[in-house]
Design a protein around this ligand. Structure first.
Ligand code: NAD
Length: 327
């Protein structure tokens, strides 16, 4: 029997990769996908061109806070994989209202509709940023949430509301918390595509503070692998950290990007640090590895080289976005 999956935010960076993977040649049989996406500045219909002709694919242009629409859609679906979010920390510092609206109210709207419709598995795609900042060691899923930016606070609120729907209503909610992703089709405001597109144009790149902030970089193939394992083999009411990529300071990342783009440190300008900038994120992935058999597969050097090549080859994708952002 066909599993009908409602994928929110499926026109964005990670959601579209998930849909392309699910409906691609290596995806599961008998799967139909409806993407629900509001096509904010971060959503691109072209990200779904590869699957547009697939008989199991449908696209709905709409907002996850639209209760009537969400209830109507939910009734025709067996599962939900929820990516839709405002996702850029710097924007949340400038104005957090859209973050609370989408990441909290939107998540609540989906959960309530899923509960009413008797929907099965609901995967809440979340982030390691909900744990806060850690100088040493790695967070297990049991660590308390100490989000420190309006973005991470809104995601943490979404996670807690999702888990509350499991405890209160018995909804089959599963939460994933992943580290920083990289790969093709990431909006050129996030550090890797921002730096790559600036450097390919011969421009300079802004490095925050002392460049000592540490992130664990994971290729989006491996994030999608972790989400699929959680959807198909995970347990209701559980949280699964996803990571195990490559830990780098921003200085180290910048060095690698300069080398990939044939530039040097004269292309870097030091700028004032992001307000409240979290120093280090690091998740413990023992649970998803041991319980679900997750193993990250994309080596960072290969993944980064391919990503930079994708931006070289696909100027038609990112140049209009940068022009629009500059207006
Ligand atoms: P993105 O910003 O590229 O895409 C977000 C998508 O959601 C866009 O297509 C946008 O149009 C859509 N959207 C926004 N508001 C909406 C609304 N109200 N209704 C319907 N659609 C709406 O984000 P991304 O980087 O692909 O992240 C996807 C998810 O993964 C997010 O929940 C994010 O918190 C999480 N995550 C991202 C990363 C990362 O490194 N990018 C890491 C861990 C977790």
């Amino acid at each position: 029997m066909t599993t009908r999956i409602l994928v929110t935010g499926g026109a964005g960076f990670i959601g579209s990769h998930y849909v392309r993977t699910l409906l691609g040649p290596l995806g599961p049989d008998d799967t139909a996908v409806t993407v629900l996406d509001a096509l904010t500045y971060a959503g691109h219909p072209a990200n779904l061109d590869e699957v547009r002709g697939h008989p199991g694919f449908a696209f709905v242009h709409g907002d996850i806070t639209d209760r009537a629409l969400v209830e109507r859609l939910m009734a025709g679906h067996d599962q939900v994989v929820h990516f839709a979010a405002e996702s850029h920390v710097d924007r949340s510092i400038a104005d957090g209202s859209a973050f609370v609206r989408t990441n909290v109210l939107g998540t609540q709207t989906l959960l309530e509709a899923a509960h009413r419709a008797g929907t099965g598995t609901f995967v809440q795609v979340s982030t390691d940023e909900v744990y806060g900042s850690i100088d040493r060691g790695h967070w297990p899923e049991t660590d308390p949430l100490r989000p420190r930016s309006p973005y991470s606070a809104s995601k943490a609120a979404g996670d807690l509301i999702a888990l509350a729907h499991h405890h209160t209503h018995g909804l089959d909610v599963r939460v994933t918390r992943c580290t920083n992703n990289y790969g093709p089709r990431q909006f050129p405001e996030k550090v890797i595509p921002l730096f790559v597109t600036q450097l390919l144009d011969g421009g300079r790149v802004p490095l925050y503070g002392d460049g000592g902030n540490v992130r664990d970089w994971l290729h989006l193939d491996d994030h999608v692998q972790g989400i699929e394992l959680t959807r198909t083999r995970g347990r209701a009411g559980e949280v699964y950290n996803i990571g195990g990529g490559t830990e780098l300071t921003n200085l180290e990342l910048t060095e690698l990007l300069l080398a990939e783009c044939g530039a040097d440190w004269s292309s870097v300008r030091h700028v004032e640090d992001r307000k409240g900038h979290d120093r280090r994120y690091a998740v413990d992935c023992t649970k998803i590895r041991e319980e679900l058999g997750y193993v990250p597969r994309v080596p960072f050097d290969k993944g980064l080289a391919e990503t930079v090549q994708w931006y070289r080859d696909n100027r038609a994708w990112w140049e209009p976005l940068k022009r629009r952002a500059a207006r």
